[in-house]
Write a protein that binds this ligand. Structure first.
Ligand SMILES: Cc1cc2nc3c(=O)[nH]c(=O)nc-3n(C[C@H](O)[C@H](O)[C@H](O)COP(=O)(O)OP(=O)(O)OC[C@H]3O[C@@H](n4cnc5c(N)ncnc54)[C@H](O)[C@@H]3O)c2cc1C
Length: 482
């Protein structure tokens, strides 16, 4: 198999991998040449899920981690971020409470207390994940792992022979090569701030940048957001992008659209930014912190992939087939390092499908269609399926029907704050199938998660219409469009 993998590119190996599944879980005597059936590099979302699922089929599994168990999501991503999103949102609820007759006394917020509690919750989750590994019988090895052959990994002085190696090494924030970039922090540094910066600039228009902007503004910072394009969230539905921009501005965020940073200078305890937009050059002065959230690159360097001849894409992502198999059949990859939909549930589901297939003998393939996703701004976004522009491109202007409604939700009937809600549905005019559901407004991620099941199951607009609404709710708008 190894010889075959070295000679054949990924596409040609699909047939071979089908064959692998039929007799994938060979008898333990055949595995004895290997110390482990699966050696996982990286105890993040994808690595943990694959390791535990493989072990549940009786595979002998090790997982190597050179940082904290949990990976980006648990330690410096989804979880600590969402806790901070809750913290910011609570400020909004306090604003709203007065409208409902509550008298809320003097309002202060302790960043230090929030950060201490957040970090304790994260440490607790880390321990829970370590416990799950131990319960599953997975060996946790501390240190930096490196591939030295198609079936061999080294960790310090020790070498391990393994039937399969799974690379689940994740990704790292990138920084542009401009003067003064050393004065900035990335999302990793954001989670290490022990004081809330009073004045902060955030560079980037993706979901991490807008979420950080919303968190900091919600907690009282003066935030400038610098985005290269006219609107944030490239790739999302155009109405969500427009509505979000308006909401960020309404939240008091100073948005510099169509703007790039040409250089950065240290200025006392803060930084001065030199900005360029189509009209003029401008300066943004004395920011206490500058956060760059302009993208991430796969962690594929310095782990021996080139030596073993694992094929990489132009962006450094590991090239994999539909089952996560690389150009070397014993080397597998999952999660952010593959560059495919870098989201925690995607890494988990792809890893479990891989383990089910190889060690459980089940013909499972991860589906990358209709992946729902959220942006935890104030208000949040939930989205699944095709955007209006994508649907028009596929089916033409006459090929789709678009339904949308914009309103102020009932919760704001009695409050001074009036966060808007926008719900939108894209339908295939021919088949009546719902192609996309998009929402910005309270609870959008929770609502869209449910609708994602309907879209995945191929629901039509008629199915939505036949569904009785829950009243009064914002979600009922999705089943009452006419
Ligand atoms: C700020 C932020 C917010 C995010 N919010 C969300 C969100 O709300 N929802 C969502 O779905 N996704 C979110 N994500 C994305 C999500 O965190 C990632 O998609 C997910 O963690 C990817 O999992 P992974 O297993 O591929 O990699 P990771 O979770 O990054 O795990 C990789 C692990 O490999 C280890 N490692 C790397 N190289 C080696 C080596 N050679 N030896 C040993 N160990 C190694 C690393 O230390 C790391 O622990 C967010 C990301 C960021 C940065």
């Amino acid at each position: 198999l190894r010889a075959y993998g070295e000679q054949h590119p990924i596409g040609e190996r699909l047939e071979l991998n089908e064959a692998l599944v039929d007799n994938a879980w060979v008898s333990s005597s055949a595995s004895n040449a290997f110390e482990y059936d699966l050696f996982v590099i990286g105890a993040g979302s994808g690595g943990l899920a694959t390791a535990q699922r493989a072990a549940s089929y009786g595979a002998r599994v090790a997982i190597a981690e050179d940082d904290r168990v949990g990976g980006t999501c648990v330690i410096r991503g989804c979880i600590p971020k969402k806790l901070m999103v809750y913290a910011a949102a609570m400020g909004g609820f306090l604003d709203d409470a007065g409208g409902y007759g509550w008298s809320v006394g003097e309002r202060t917020h302790s960043w230090r207390e929030l950060v201490a509690k957040r970090d304790a919750a994260v440490a607790n989750l880390e321990r829970i994940h370590e416990g799950h590994l131990a319960n599953a019988g997975v060996d946790l090895l501390r240190g930096r792992a490196r591939l030295v052959a198609a079936n061999e990994v080294c960790l310090g002085e020790r070498r391990y022979r393994c039937r399969y190696v799974l690379v689940a090494s994740g990704s790292t924030p990138i920084l542009p090569d401009i003067d003064g970039i050393e004065h900035t922090i990335t999302s990793d540094g954001f989670f290490e701030l022990d004081e809330r910066p009073e004045r902060v600039a955030i560079v980037g228009g993706g979901y991490i940048a807008v979420e950080f902007a919303s968190i900091l503004a919600g907690l009282g910072s003066r935030v400038s957001l610098i985005i290269r394009r006219e609107l944030p969230l490239r790739g999302f539905d155009i109405d969500l992008r427009r509505e979000l921009l308006a909401c960020l501005v309404e939240q008091g965020i100073d948005v510099h659209a169509s703007t790039t940073v040409s250089c950065i200078e240290a200025d006392g305890g803060g930084v001065r930014l030199f900005l360029q937009n189509p009209e003029c050059a401008e300066e943004l002065g004395a920011e206490q912190a500058l956060v760059y959230a302009v993208g991430r690159r796969p962690n594929s360097a310095d782990i021996g992939l080139e030596d073993v001849r694992v094929e990489l894409g132009a962006g450094g992502q590991i090239a994999v087939d539909a089952h996560g198999v690389t150009s070397v059949p014993s080397v597998l990859a999952v999660g952010d390092v593959t560059g495919k939909s870098p989201l925690t549930p995607v890494a988990i589901q792809a890893g479990r499908a891989m383990a089910d297939r190889i060690f459980g003998g089940k013909p499972v393939t991860m589906s990358y269609d209709d992946i729902p996703t959220a942006v935890f701004t104030e208000p949040p976004i939930g989205t699944v399926g095709l955007s209006e522009d994508e649907a028009r491109e596929c089916l033409g202007d006459d090929g789709i029907r678009v339904y949308k409604a914009r309103f102020t939700p009932l919760v704001h009937a009695l409050t001074d704050r009036k966060l808007p809600t926008l719900v939108k549905m894209i339908v295939d005019a021919d088949s009546d199938r719902v192609l996309g559901c998009h929402m910005i407004g309270h609870d959008a991620p929770e609502i869209i998660q449910g609708l994602a099941v309907a879209i995945k199951a191929g629901a039509t607009k008629a199915d939505f219409d036949a569904t009785v609404g829950i009243h009064p709710s914002s979600a009922e708008e999705f089943v009452t469009f006419s």
